[in-house]
Design a protein around this ligand. Structure first.
Ligand code: HEC
Ligand code: HEC
Length: 376
C-alpha cells in the first residue's frame, strides 16, 4: 500500500508483507515519511522530559521490543527521587493494530492521546512535563533540526506544540511493525526449517484445547485486541487470569484492578488487556505489574489455573478468584511439553524488528537529545 502525498516529501510505504493489512490511520494524521522520521527523533529525545533525562526510549528500548526490562517503569529523577510507576511497560511492536492502548484503560484508543500520559501525566510522573509544556516545546524549537523537520512534516502548521508532537510520535509508532519472526517465516512464507522441532511441537500444544492459550492469544498478533484496515470492527479482549484474590475477596491490588478501575463493575475486577505474544521472549518480566519473572513461571501460573500468594498484603489463591475467566482451566503437562511451548514462544522473537535501523536512535552520540539514563 502506498500513501502518495506529493507535498510532504517521499511517499510512505508500509513495511508490511502482502498477507497482512496495514493498521488503521486516523484521517487527521496521514502517514508521511517526513512525519515518521520526525516522530523517531522525538521518541529518542530526552529533552521532551522536564529535566532532559528521560525519552520515550528510556522505557521502550528497541532491543527489548520496546520494553524496559523492569517490573515497574521508573520515571524522571532516577537516583534522586525515583518515581516508581504502577505498570509494566508494554512492548510497542505492532502497536498501531491495537484498538485499546495500555493494559487496562478502555478509553485509551489513540496513540495521539496516549503520548500525553508519559509526557504530562502526574500519576505516576514519567516525564514530568505537567504544567511546563511551553518550556519543553521552546527547548525543542531551539534545535535547528526541528525547525526544518516540523516545517517539512507539517507544512501548514509547523509549530512545535501538542498537536504536532503527538501526531509525529503516533506516525512513528504506527510503523513499528514486527512480522518477521522465525514463526512467520515458517507459517506464512512456508520455510519449513525456520522452526526447531521443539517449537513445532510447542505450536501444536499452544493451539490445543488442553492448554487453551489460543482462545485469548488468537490470530496473527496472538491477542484478541486487533484492528486492521480490513477489520469490520475492533476486537478488544480483556480477562482476569487469576493472578490475585486478596483474602479470598476476588480483589486485585488497589493500584491495579484492571478495567474495574474505569467501570467500577465487579465483573471487571482484575481484567487486563490480552497482550500480544510477539517478541515475548525478550520482554520479561511479565503481566501488568511485572510480577512474574520468566516464561516458565508464566506457564506454571496457567498450569495451576491461577497464582497462589501465601503471605503478605496480597495473600490469596488466584485460582479461586470469582471473576476469573472460564478459559483459565489449568492443565497437567510434562517438563518437555512446557519446554516445547516456551520454544514456540521464543520463535515469535523477530530479530529484524529488534535491530531494524529505521526504528533505532537517530541522534549522534553526545547530542543534547541523548538519553543519559541506561536501562538495566
Ligand atoms: C517512565 C517510563 C515510560 C516512559 C518515559 C514512556 N512510557 Fe510508554 N508506557 C510505559 C508504561 C508503564 C506503559 C503502560 C501503561 C499502562 O498500562 O497503564 C506504557 C504504555 C505505552 C503505550 C501503550 C502501548 C500498548 O501496547 O498499549 C504507548 C503507545 C506508549 N507507552 C508510548 C510512549 C511514548 C510515545 C512515550 C514518549 C512520549 C512513552 N511511552 C514514554 C512507560 C513509559
Ligand atoms: C482467558 C484468556 C487467556 C488465556 C486462555 C491465556 N492467556 Fe495469556 N494472557 C491473558 C491476559 C489477559 C494476559 C495479561 C494479564 C495481565 O497483564 O495481568 C496474559 C498474559 C500472558 C503472558 C505475558 C505477556 C506479557 O507481555 O506480559 C504470556 C507469556 C501468556 N499470557 C501466555 C499464555 C499461554 C502460553 C497460554 C496457554 C497456556 C495463555 N497465555 C492462556 C489472557 C489469556
Amino acid at each position: 500500500m502506498l500513501y502518495h502525498l506529493p507535498d510532504m516529501g517521499r511517499p510512505f510505504i508500509w513495511p508490511i508483507p502482502a498477507w497482512m493489512a496495514p493498521p488503521p490511520v486516523p484521517e487527521d494524521n496521514p502517514m508521511t515519511s517526513a512525519k515518521v522520521e520526525l516522530g523517531r527523533h522525538l521518541f529518542y529525545d530526552a529533552r521532551i522530559s522536564l529535566d532532559s533525562t528521560v525519552a520515550c526510549a528510556s522505557c521502550h528500548d528497541q532491543a527489548r521490543a520496546f520494553t524496559d526490562g523492569r517490573a515497574l517503569a521508573i520515571g524522571i529523577g532516577i537516583g534522586i527521587d525515583d518515581t516508581l510507576g504502577i505498570r509494566n511497560a508494554p512492548s510497542l511492536a505492532n502497536v498501531g493494530y491495537f484498538p485499546l492502548l495500555t493494559r487496562g484503560n478502555p478509553h485509551m484508543t489513540s496513540l495521539k492521546f496516549q503520548a500525553l500520559v508519559p509526557m504530562f501525566g502526574d500519576n505516576p510522573v514519567e516525564m514530568g512535563g505537567n504544567g511546563r509544556e511551553g518550556e519543553i516545546f521552546a527547548r525543542l524549537s531551539a534545535d535547528p533540526y526541528y525547525v526544518k523537520a516540523f516545517a517539512t512534516a507539517f507544512p501548514d502548521r509547523p509549530e512545535v506544540d501538542l498537536f504536532t508532537v503527538t501526531r509525529a510520535l503516533g506516525a512513528f509508532q504506527r510503523t513499528l511493525i514486527s512480522l518477521d519472526s522465525p514463526y512467520d517465516r515458517f507459517k506464512y512464507w512456508d520455510e519449513k526449517d525456520a522452526l526447531s522441532d521443539a517449537a513445532k511441537r510447542g505450536e501444536q500444544l499452544f493451539f490445543d484445547h488442553r492448554f487453551e492459550c489460543y482462545h485469548c492469544h488468537v490470530g496473527v498478533m496472538f491477542t484478541d485486541n486487533l484492528q486492521t484496515t480490513r477489520s469490520a470492527s475492533a476486537e478488544t479482549g480483556s480477562h482476569n487470569t487469576g493472578l490475585y484474590n486478596i483474602n479470598g475477596t476476588g480483589a486485585y491490588p488497589p493500584e491495579a484492578t484492571g478495567l474495574h478501575e474505569f467501570t467500577g463493575s465487579d465483573d471487571d475486577m482484575g481484567r487486563f488487556r490480552t497482550p500480544s505474544l510477539r517478541n515475548v521472549g525478550v520482554t520479561a518480566p511479565y503481566f501488568h505489574d511485572g510480577s512474574v519473572a520468566t516464561l516458565k513461571e508464566v506457564l506454571a501460573h496457567y498450569a495451576r489455573a491461577g497464582r497462589k500468594i501465601e503471605e503478605g498484603p496480597f495473600a490469596g489463591d488466584g485460582a479461586q478468584n470469582p471473576h476469573k475467566d472460564g478459559m483459565i482451566i489449568g492443565f497437567e503437562a510434562s517438563d518437555d511439553e512446557i519446554a516445547d511451548i516456551i520454544a514456540f514462544l521464543h520463535s515469535l522473537t523477530d530479530g529484524t524488528f529488534l535491530t531494524n535501523p529505521a526504528y533505532s536512535d537517530p541522534w549522534p552520540e553526545n547530542h543534547p537529545a541523548s538519553i543519559d539514563r541506561i536501562t538495566p
